[in-house]
Design a protein around this ligand. Structure first.
Ligand SMILES: Cc1ncc(COP(=O)(O)O)c(C=O)c1O
Length: 423
């Protein structure tokens, strides 16, 4: 059966009622987890100690570098592994007879989680692939202008620079403040660069270097008034911070699900507004789908479908904790060290907005006169705290990214280290 006939006969035609089932459960113990959580109070440390116990952690050092990707909780990992074992037995039977339905099931669950139509949601490998698809597949004309941010992720900047060479577009760079006084300061950084040639604005919703969350929805509203399309890099936003109507409003929205959703490595999402799908060329040529079908962006060849099958299970784990509880916990881990620093210190460089509404778990600090790499090395060698040095033209410091499994005790260890190092 080809893909189109399959879809006509099965999940897409039938599957538009919620909730979408996980097609086969394997050994997931989500019911046990939910029962335990129901007995605990999310305002208590015992709730979070229980969550922490669901992760298989190394104990050699304190890991405060969870921005690269998240660990899967043991239940999700067990499910992921069980699906790999199953595929390894079924081999090409699975690929020919079952994978389509599994992918569609993952899409339906993911689209419902993001509050979008499944016809606008493609499952990719990561944010890099999602945004490269859009940036390299966009029908640019010579002289089209694009506005990006001075703290955008390097791969996206490179993708636009490639289009400067290939298509003759012009890239303008918004200068974002590290400590904005208000939304307008950030909005103006972008909107003051708009002119009649501006085709696209590219926004990083949550800047990976500093954790800064920008007022992306407001910028999208203003851009749309001028018929400018907006691409959103939300690599760090999904399952981390509240996004309001961001996914819906963005013309193009990309995220990595192996970050805060705790999916296996190599699962990402690309949302493209239905009306835009036709004009974007896929990264890998496709002849299976009509050019206005979102599935044309998923032409990756043979890939680990067990990672996609795990998406609904990762969503269930996230939802067992709840968006609000998770965001509050992550923010409080940050607040317990970052907002305790002296904003007027002559020794410290505070690179994250000192405003609780403008960041999530991530924050970045530096010590004046100390190179970022030297600071990260000291934190590791002297205090066994693993972080990552950020040595960027606009941001110099170390990025601290706690996760659900980190304890307040570990955060206190960081606070003490900073106190000693900046004394
Ligand atoms: C803001 C931002 N965009 C894009 C990416 C790329 O993510 P991935 O490597 O999952 O494609 C990252 C990775 O950390 C990021 O922080």
């Amino acid at each position: 059966m080809d893909r189109k006939t399959f879809l006509k006969n099965s999940s897409l035609a039938l599957g538009l009622t919620l909730p979408y089932p996980i097609l086969s459960w394997g050994n997931n113990n989500m019911d046990d987890i939910k029962q335990q959580l129901a007995k605990l109070n999310p305002d208590s440390e015992s709730y979070w100690a229980y969550i922490s116990s669901l992760f298989d952690k190394q104990t050699k050092f304190i890991n405060l570098e969870n921005g690269y990707f998240s660990p899967q909780p043991m239940s999700t990992l067990a499910y992921h592994t069980s699906k790999e074992t199953e595929i390894n037995k079924k081999i090409s039977w699975f690929m020919r007879k079952e994978q389509e339905q599994e992918i569609e099931n993952a899409r339906l669950n993911l689209a419902a989680f993001l509050g979008q139509s499944p016809e606008e949601v493609a499952i990719t490998r990561n944010t890099t692939e999602s945004l490269n698809t859009v940036i390299s597949g966009y029908p640019w004309k010579k002289g089209d202008e694009v506005i990006i941010g001075n703290q955008d992720y390097g791969s996206m900047v490179a993708a636009f620079q490639q289009q400067v060479k290939r298509s003759g577009i012009v890239v303008k760079i918004a200068q974002l403040p590290l400590q904005p006084k208000n939304d307008e300061e950030v909005i103006d950084a972008y909107m003051s660069l708009v002119n009649a040639k501006t085709k696209v604005i590219h926004l990083t919703h949550l800047i990976n270097l500093t954790g800064h969350i920008i007022p992306a929805e407001k910028i999208i509203d203003l851009a749309h008034q001028k018929q400018i399309e907006v691409m959103v890099d939300a690599a760090h936003s999904v399952a981390h911070v509240s996004m309001g109507n961001l996914v819906h409003k963005a013309d193009y929205f990309a995220a990595s699900l192996h970050k805060w959703l705790c999916c296996p490595i190599g699962v990402g999402v690309l949302k493209v507004k239905l009306t835009h799908i036709e004009k974007i060329f896929p990264l890998m040529a496709d002849s299976d789908w009509p050019i206005n079908n979102i599935r044309k962006f998923e032409h990756q060849g043979t890939r680990p479908i067990n990672s996609l099958q795990t998406i609904p299970v990762a969503i269930q784990f996230h939802q067992a904790i709840g968006d609000v509880n998770k965001e509050q916990r992550l923010k409080s881990l940050k607040a317990n060290w970052y907002f305790k620093l002296d904003p007027n210190s002559s020794k410290l460089q505070l690179n994250t907005p000192f405003d609780e509404n403008r960041s999530g778990a991530i924050a970045n600090f530096g010590i004046k006169g100390m190179e970022p790499d030297a600071l990260a090395d000291l934190l590791f060698e002297r205090y066994s705290i693993y972080t990552v040095a950020i040595n960027h033209p606009h941001v110099k410091g170390v990025r601290i990214t706690p996760h659900l499994y980190n304890s307040i005790k570990e955060i206190d260890a960081l606070s003490n280290a900073i106190k000693e190092l900046s004394a």
